[in-house]
Design a protein around this ligand. Structure first.
Ligand code: ADE
Ligand code: ZN
Length: 322
């Protein structure tokens, strides 16, 4: 049983964490027909492209600061109930713009939800701004400039997600330069839909301290050694990988082999209700399907705090809470 262990999450997309009941309530409020993406209390998709479509459809149900405050507080409340002390949520100002709320209103609503959850449960949270790769380099640079200039102390990192098969990492290097120069922590989705080359591109062009997924580095032993030598932290999401067919099952998932090779790894849920998972389930999978001991998953939690995009006083306080 690992339910009692303290937990940390570094990789979860906010709209991807919306419980289907909340999405349905929002749809009822705005008179939206959900049949294309939400049926019988579950999100409906069949491949990565349709997953991204369903994600955008769910995001379009959150339209005001209050909607985003509710979504944020709801997700952080569920994490706190599972023993989570720290969460980094991925937020995409593009989704705020898409519903006419605007990036400022979007971030303000999420900030309100973070504050409310912290007061109610003690959970600490930071935002990592996402640029959406399939929108192209200029739009990702826009997101980086927004993150660099928004002056919100809860925005502490920058990331790129979306369709990894669009373009090459080098096309997006400027966005990461903007974010790095502003002092933001850097992470990037790579090695999920594309192979080891994508992880190598990320290391060469973006110089991240962490990589989202990165699991297909396992296809290149020299790259696995490089990840270990450079101390790059992988935000691993086993349930997401199996749901999206990156690996056929947990038995063939490379988390165990990456860990054995000395790569720093952490456990994360990515878009939990889309993949029938939760952070608690990811810890349970690591324990029950992959054979990690409680000491080993605790070490992953510690690794996550070491790699968190927080100031040193907050990091020390989080380590105290383990
Ligand atoms: N956006 C939400 N979930 C994602 C994932 N698993 N990969 C890339 N972009 C995403
Ligand atoms: Zn992700």
């Amino acid at each position: 049983m690992i339910g009692h262990l303290k937990k940390v999450e570094l990789h979860c997309h906010l709209e991807g964490a919306a419980p289907p009941v909340l999405a349905q309530a929002q749809a009822n409020k705005y008179g939206v027909d959900t049949r294309d993406f939400l049926r019988d209390g579950a999100y409906v998709w069949h491949d990565f492209t349709s997953f991204l479509g369903a994600y955008d459809a769910v995001a379009s149900l959150f339209r005001t600061e209050a909607d985003y405050a509710l979504l944020t507080e709801t997700y952080l409340g569920s994490l706190a109930a599972a023993g989570t002390v720290y969460s980094e949520i991925f937020v995409s100002p593009d989704h705020g713009e898409a519903v006419g709320l605007g990036a400022d209103g979007y971030i303000a609503g999420i900030s309100r939800g973070i504050e409310a959850a912290r007061i109610r449960t003690g959970i600490e949270c930071r935002m990592v701004v996402i640029g959406l790769r399939h929108k192209g380099p200029e739009r990702v640079e826009w997101a980086a400039r927004y993150a660099a200039n928004c002056r919100n102390p809860l925005v502490t990192g920058f990331n790129m997600a979306g369709e990894e098969r669009v373009g090459r990492v080098a096309d997006y290097a400027r966005a990461f330069d903007i974010a790095r120069d502003a002092g933001l922590g850097i992470t990037i989705h790579a090695g999920e839909l594309c192979g080891a080359f994508s992880v190598r591109d990320a290391l060469d062009h973006v110089r991240p301290s962490r990589i989202g997924h990165g699991v297909r580095a396992i296809e290149d032993p020299a790259l696995v050694d490089r990840l270990a030598d450079e101390g790059i932290v992988l935000e691993v999401c086993p349930g997401s990988n199996v749901a999206l067919g990156v690996f056929p099952d947990f038995a063939s998932h490379p988390l165990r082999r990456l860990h054995a090779a000395g790569v720093k790894v952490t456990l994360n849920s990515d878009d939990p209700p889309f993949f029938q998972t939760s952070l608690q389930r990811e810890y349970a999978v690591a324990s029950e399907a992959m054979g990690f001991t409680a000491a080993e998953t605790d070490e992953m939690t510690r690794t996550a705090i070491d790699a968190a995009f927080v100031d040193e006083a907050t990091r020390a306080a989080l380590l105290e809470r383990l």
